[in-house]
Every structure is written in structure tokens, then in C-alpha cells.
Design a protein around this ligand. Structure first.
Ligand code: PRP
Length: 208
């Protein structure tokens, strides 16, 4: 699989185990999501272009760096919100936009219900965020919509990805790299990721 980065780190594996465990309580689930969000942001921003500027240290002037473009973090509502806190704690310059897509539980087809990214996405370094990449329907749908609205430099950030979702995203959007903490085995007959962690949105928001 080209253009896919799966983070391979012992501490990330530990946090993933906490997230997968069905007995993990909401507060611990939220903390683990936040920490992994930071690690995912670290990996997803490795290509961020910088421009130089002068920084005055107490000793002398030296070269400082800041993003050359806007950085936009766009969670796919709802579950995408679970990673935002960790991402923006690492990347404080980022703007946060939103796109609402839910998966119809019977047809599994994505449905758009909200969007908001003030100032536009053209030229911005855009991270589209959703913890679960299952069939890839929601992600592909969101990417198409964001591209139609100007996004031209996107990375897709997910916590857990199924091979089926990766394939779908790579077919539909070969220009979009995928950064994930785990590539799981497969989808089950209900299009849930196996082994996965269940419904990330419900576990994060405590709405099981
Ligand atoms: C889940 C998940 C993704 C989507 C993944 O959201 O957070 O957005 O399903 O499935 P897909 O790759 O097959 O499209 P859900 O519909 O449960 O909504 P929520 O974010 O509001 O919990």
C-alpha cells in the first residue's frame, strides 16, 4: 500500500490496547484519544512547508520558522472531534473546520449534514480527521466535498483503518496520504472494523 503510513511505536500500541478494551471507561478513553491525536499530528505534519523569519533570542537574532500556509484540521463529525484536542495541542497555529457526515446504518452510505471552514481551504495544508476508516465511504465523500470547496493539499488522519477503507480512499483519492495508528484485519458484515474498538463516537462521547 503506497501513500499509507502506519505508526509503529510501542507506546502507541499500549494506548491502542486501552482504546480497544471494551472495559475502558470514558475518561480513560478520552485521554488515550487525545494522546494518540498528538502522535498522529506529529506524523501527519512531517511535510509541512515552513518559511523563515527572524527571531530575537536574549542573545542574538536567529532564524525562526512558521508554517508557509494555513493549517486546517477538519474533523468528520462526530467522531473526528475525539482527535482534535490532541492535534491542536501539538499544532497551535491550526484552524479547525468541521464537516458532518454520518453513515446510514442500513445502507452504510454517507450523508452530509454540516460543513464550516471559514476562509476557504485553497492552498491550506489540510488534515481531515476521522478515527475510524471502515468502508471509506464517509472519508471518500468528505474528501470529494472538501476538494470541490478548494482543498488541494490534504492528508487523511485516522486512528484505525480497515484494508477495505484504505483501498477505497486510495482508489478515489490517490493524491491523499493516509496516516493511521493501526491497519486492522477486515470489516464484519455490519461494516464495523475487526477487531477495531467498536463505535469510536459513542465511546468518546459516552453515548453507548
Ligand atoms: C463512523 C466513523 C466514521 C464512519 C466510518 O461514524 O466515525 O465517520 O463511521 O465508516 P465508513 O468508513 O464505512 O464510512 P458514525 O456514522 O458512527 O457517526 P459518528 O461519527 O457520529 O459516531
Amino acid at each position: 500500500m503506497s501513500n499509507v503510513v502506519e505508526i509503529d511505536h510501542p507506546v502507541v500500541k499500549r494506548y491502542l490496547s486501552i482504546l480497544r478494551d471494551k472495559n475502558t471507561e470514558t475518561a480513560a478513553f478520552r485521554r488515550a484519544m487525545s494522546t494518540i491525536g498528538t502522535v498522529l499530528a506529529y506524523q501527519a505534519l512531517t511535510d509541512l512547508p515552513l518559511k523563515e523569519y527572524d527571531v530575537e533570542t536574549p542573545i542574538k537574532t536567529t532564524t525562526g520558522y512558521k508554517p508557509e500556509t494555513e493549517v486546517f484540521v477538519i474533523p468528520i463529525l462526530r467522531a473526528g472531534l475525539s482527535l482534535v484536542d490532541g492535534i491542536i495541542s501539538f499544532m497551535p497555529d491550526a484552524k479547525v473546520g468541521h464537516i458532518g457526515v454520518y453513515r446510514d446504518e442500513e445502507t452504510h452510505e454517507p450523508v452530509n449534514y454540516y460543513h464550516n471552514f471559514p476562509g476557504g481551504l485553497k492552498g491550506a495544508y489540510t488534515l481531515v480527521v476521522d478515527p475510524m476508516l471502515a468502508t471509506g465511504g464517509s472519508g471518500s465523500h468528505a474528501l470529494k466535498f472538501l476538494k470541490e470547496n478548494g482543498a488541494d493539499n490534504i492528508r487523511f488522519v485516522s486512528l484505525i483503518a480497515a484494508p477495505e477503507g484504505i483501498e477505497r480512499l486510495q482508489n478515489d483519492h490517490p493524491d491523499v496520504p493516509i496516516i493511521t495508528a493501526a491497519i486492522d484485519e477486515k470489516l464484519n458484515e455490519n461494516a464495523f472494523i475487526v477487531p477495531g474498538l467498536g463505535d469510536a463516537g459513542d465511546r468518546y462521547f459516552g453515548t453507548l
